[in-house]
Unconditional design. Sequence first.
Lengths: 351, 608
Amino acid sequence: MTFVAKPRVHHPNIPTNDLGLTRRDYEGSVSTLCAGCGHDSVSAAIVQACSELSLPPHRFAKVSGIGCSSKTPSYFLNRSHGFNSVHGRMPSVMTGANLANRELMCIGVSGDGDSASIGLGQFAHVVRRRTNMLYLVDNNGTYGLTKGQFSATNDKGSTSKKGIANLYEPIDLVSMALQLGASFVARSFSGDKRQLVPLIKAALKHKGMAFIDVVSPCVAFNNHSGSTKSFEFIREHSHSVVDADLIFGQPEITADYAEGTYETVDMPDGSLLQLYKVDADYDPYDRIGALTYVQKMQQQGQVATGLLYVDPEAVECHDIMETTAQPLNELAEDALCPGHEALAAINQSYR
Amino acid sequence: MSIKINDFVIRFANVNGSGSASANGMFAKALFRMGIPVATRNIFPSNIQGLPTWFEVRVSEQGYLGRREGVDIMVAMNAETFAEDIDSIVPGGYLLYDNSKPLPRQLTRSDIHEIGIPIASMMLPEFADPKQRSLFKNITYLGALAGLLNIEFEVITGMVATQYKGKDALIEPNIRALELGRDYALQYLDAPLPLQLRRSDAVGDRIMMDGNDAAGLGSLYGGATVCAWYPITPSTSVAEAYESHCKKLRIDPATGHKNFAFMQAEDELSAIGIVIGAAWNGARSFTATSGPGISLMSEFLGLAYFAEIPAVVWEIQRSGPSTGMPTRTQQGDLISAAYASHGDTKHPLLFPATPKECFDFAADALDLADRLQTPVLVLSDLELGMNENLSEPLQWDDSRRYDRGKVLSAQQLDAVENYGRYLDVDGDGVGYRTLPGTHPDKGAFFTRGTSRDEYAAYTESPEDYQRNMQRLQLKWQTARGLVPKAEINSRGSSVGVLFFGTTALPIPEALDKLAVSGVQLDTCRVRAFPFGDEIDAFVAEHDLVFVVEQNRDGQMRTLLINELQTNPAKLVSIVYFAGLSISADYIDEQISAYYEEHKLARLTEVTS
């Protein structure tokens, strides 16, 4: 960790966004994670994504569980309220926050211990409820704060820092999210900002449950040669399937992509989600196909990344529940309390 | 034999799932509509169909609503429990049974009256469908009871018409079945019995409602917009009542959309997590659960205590520990609720005793939780929650405003120079909250279960941690002055009786019984924890205080000793924990025995 406070003075030429804010206005306090931790890159990617989208930096609800990953909401968007809750229980707290005010942007940050072990049930249920949120997992395959125990996302046969092999099957949160009804499912790598930032932007604009599994290596406990969650392993074994970008105005197709491998999707706010398919045969709107592809890659020791599945027509929890458009926490007393006269009639019905 | 008016206990023994609940409910409601005070009790198994179930109605012109020992009239419709049902009848009581088949010889008792009605045989020529035959058996014995006990027949037929409004085809056969029973009683039996009913005005303007229903409605009136819950008997109907009332009263007239969110969670951990997340984000929210749910919620309750987030939890107690007797009543979760979670935690508790108090406390708990920024638990029980009982009518004062506690708006934040979430500005231990998204660059803070300073910054400083814990202790003192006060009735006796929740039901009757033998007790009905000064004074001013409660270990007594630093010898435990509700007879016996054993002075002896 660093003990140097962030300088308050900005570079005079630092660019501003549509709100007249700079990236610095989207930052949080100084990280206390280890130098080189993948999680700090993820936080930086969130800062960049929110800043580039010109989202008001105070209109977020940031919720996390417990663990290294769950400390990170302190490190971005410090004009928004954050809530570091209970181990494995971010999904329920986030659900409540979202029920109370559907207008706030919801970012839930969790880790592999938090989501795939103690919180697996809450993960599954928040996905099937389709809460309108970005659910981001900093996935490093290890318990950092308790010093290097295996987590449930570790591949069978991968080894700990001491060389001991993991004997148990891995839990793949991406496959589960696909199966349980997430309407935006992506995997990325903390070391690939070019891929991760556009994914976060698209996820924030997505209406419904957007899940991103970010492989984010632990430099202290899980970055050695026997690990399948190390920087080196992921760089060598990850295969981007669909890159995404969020654009405003007319799409610009760069020459990097061949005809037929890109397409655009209308987003609820009028922006366009632009998809660049690395593999022309891959169908990002096919949930079952995505699930098969992800598992096949995993079987081959490879890691599929990018935007794996999106349902642009998705509904979110409030639509399903038919809650009123106004945030529930802003409803006035006269909308909430039927008053004395209605109660007199109710009393009569109990006579 | 002398005639007794409006004073008996009738018990219906049925097989659950046989459709008896509706007929039995109509019996109680008919008496209530004749102005006669009734108290109903369901004694049912943890099962859907096929096991024995009992429904008991205490009929009392004096208005005694507690359970009374002994059964005067047994409607025995379950062959499986026939023997024990017949055993429970008081000498001189009545057994009403279906004599389509003869009563086994070994079951006959010479000291009771047998009333046989060939109900099954009577159904055969009347109803072709076997399912109807079975269902209308219940209505037929209701009709027979109308004849035997003098229930006003129009009251029952009127209820049938209301109940089956819209399903008119059902009205006629129901009334036919009622008539069959009544006519048989009048024609072939010695009707009416010496136990009779007569129209009265003893009910007054009271209503008949169960406590869980009132709790759900009170939560609606109190402004709760989020209810998250997980099904568990006997609390489920709190959440279900909230939803059902909301569907009538909380629909936006313009759009048809819901001004509430109702979410069945995957477990109790998630239910309380949703409540805490919603409350953190400024929505009034609550959950309902029972003892096992409190155990599961305990980690979250500690977080909400330490992070200072309002939450309301309805705990409808049942017999524990573990799964215990999940469909039987108890007051066994006082200590686990009061101190739920690890570390130094304690939570305000409210103890409603009537449906009206369930309604009132539902709204009060939401105010208290917001005012104190902490979880508030309302401890009801199966007895109050799931049985329809007489209650004063519900009231709402339209001038009442929700007390949202200390929450700063954007304008207020602009006016504050030095905002700190946990600064004790007012000296009452309660800081000022801000809600997410309120202000572009002021007032945002990070909520955590780890130690922090007054400005919500993470710290492990020993001084900061201790100062924070001491402020929470100061807040607890503030809570003492805000929670509902105990109801005290002192007539200068040196001996008192202290009770809470449904233990209050049999107390008036118990006091009347005790008075006959010269035992006069001052009373203290505790309505909340932490205990206010008035409870401290009540205990101090009496030489001896009986603490009556429905659990084995005397948990209220333990709380009193722990919190008031009282001499334990002063507090005498009267406990009942058999799964039924405590009766006046039991309280009378126990206290009388104590007087006897310790040769305590009685009023008659003192004055003589």
